[in-house]
Ligand binder design. Structure first.
Ligand SMILES: *Cc1c(COP(=O)(O)O)cnc(C)c1O
Length: 418
């Protein structure tokens, strides 16, 4: 098993899983993908704990790698919270929000943090992770890397541009995590991170963004788990509908299907950012600037993991055969949240509402799992006025939001970070 860059057609450069995880982005600017998608082993069984299940799914992807024997340990550390397939009246909901920051990014960020810690402690090396964030990612990364040995994190966020609850999740840390409120925009934050990476006087810097292989691989596991559980409960293979932005989460689902998970079809629900549905319609891929929507973690006009989907489905015909995508407007998001609350008493976050809308419009009555990527309490300012009720925060989230805030306010010069 090795990993190569999506841009390396000859597969000239072969990396181990660990090397790909530490490197993040390939030297040629491409994304790392597995050389083969190995079939699920018989040891993958629902009678295992989720962490042990995850280790069994991941083992073939770490064949010959220095982390192979550590996988069970890494998974037990990273997946210390439940994965829930909730059966509502009409639909099954895969709730990926039971982790420390109440969103699915906890899975990837925590697996990455625990993997990097093992590798760095072995090597006796240290890394500092820089993360520019406008919301969700920074919180998940800070939480995942908090107190991990040989690692530190600097979180940059734009002053006055993140929601109060999100800001509190970015600034409630101590120990090896520091937060910087930048007097500038999110683009300024990203520019500062990029400048730091290319400054030859700085070394030992890395990123933890969603293109890292260490974030992708664990996102495959819950699709294997949920589809097996669904099949055990109903005897049927589900269609899985995934709220998508940078298409990292759904790439995990395509890998899961490729290794043999019982999935009938994978469907992408996007917001008013229509790059992918338009491509599937026209055959022309036209990335563009994003537009702002209520499902803001999916406000992406140039999906960063698209190269991985192109590497799985190189021709337009293959892409059309395997990928469906529908766009959901803000008005439809609102209506879906209200209707679902009235009908089932169940509160959807704006992202999950996109998946439910696509189900109702295109797959009503079929066996479907919709994926819930975040807890609705994270988006209280959108959701609560719609349903006319408060959404209680999960205990873990309430704990973060109530901790004291510490951060440093800086300008837009990256040297102020060091
Ligand atoms: C990041 C995020 C998404 C989009 O996931 P991708 O992997 O970028 O497609 C959807 N919903 C929520 C809540 C997110 O935080």
């Amino acid at each position: 098993m090795y990993y190569y860059s999506t841009r390396d057609k000859e597969r000239a450069v072969k990396l181990s899983a660990s090397q790909a995880i530490l490197k993040g982005l390939a030297a040629d600017g491409g994304l790392f993908v597995p050389s083969v998608l190995p079939a699920l082993s018989d040891k993958v069984s629902l009678s295992l704990s989720y962490a042990d299940f995850a280790a069994e799914v991941l083992k073939p992807f770490f064949e010959g790698d220095e982390l192979y024997d550590e996988l069970a340990d890494i998974c037990r550390g990273a997946f210390s919270f439940p994965v829930v397939l909730n059966e509502l009246k009409d639909v099954s909901v895969l709730e990926l929000f039971h982790g420390p920051t109440s969103a699915f990014k906890d899975f990837g960020a925590r697996f990455l943090a625990f993997s990097m810690e093992k590798l760095l402690v072995r090597k006796g090396e240290k890394l500092c992770i820089l993360v520019a964030t406008s919301g969700d990612t920074g919180g998940a990364v800070a939480s995942a890397f908090h107190k991990r040995q040989n690692l530190s994190v600097k979180v940059l966020f734009p002053k006055g541009r993140v929601a109060e609850r999100q800001r509190r999740q970015l600034t409630c840390w101590d120990d090896n995590i520091s937060s910087f409120e930048v007097r500038g925009s999110f683009d300024d934050c990203q520019r500062m991170v990029k400048s730091a990476f290319v400054d030859p006087s700085l070394s030992g810097l890395s990123s933890a963004n969603s293109i890292n292989l260490g974030r992708l691989l664990p996102q495959m596991v819950y699709y294997v788990y949920a589809s097996m559980l669904y099949k055990e409960r109903t005897g049927k293979e589900p269609v899985i509908i995934i709220p998508s932005g940078n298409v990292g989460n759904c790439t995990g689902a395509y890998w899961a299907k490729a290794i043999g998970a019982p999935i009938k079809r994978i469907v992408l629900a996007v917001n008013a950012n229509t790059t992918i549905p338009e491509y599937l319609e026209s055959g022309e891929y036209k990335p563009r600037d994003s537009v702002r929507t209520l499902a803001n973690a999916m406000d992406v006009g140039a999906p960063s993991n698209m190269e991985r989907l192109f590497s799985l489905f190189p021709s337009y015909e293959e892409m059309k055969e395997n990928v469906s995508a529908w766009s959901v407007s803000d008005e439809e998001i609102k209506k879906t949240i209200v209707d679902e609350y009235r009908k089932e008493g169940y509160v959807l976050c704006p992202h999950t509402a996109c998946a439910e809308r696509v189900r109702l419009d295109h797959f009503d009555g079929e066996p479907v799992i919709i994926v819930s990527t975040a807890h609705p309490a994270k988006f209280d300012t959108v959701v609560e006025p719609l349903i006319g009720a408060t959404v209680p925060m999960p205990a873990a989230l309430a704990d973060l939001v109530n901790r004291p805030s510490t951060f440093t306010e800086i300008g837009t010069d990256y040297r102020e970070l060091f």
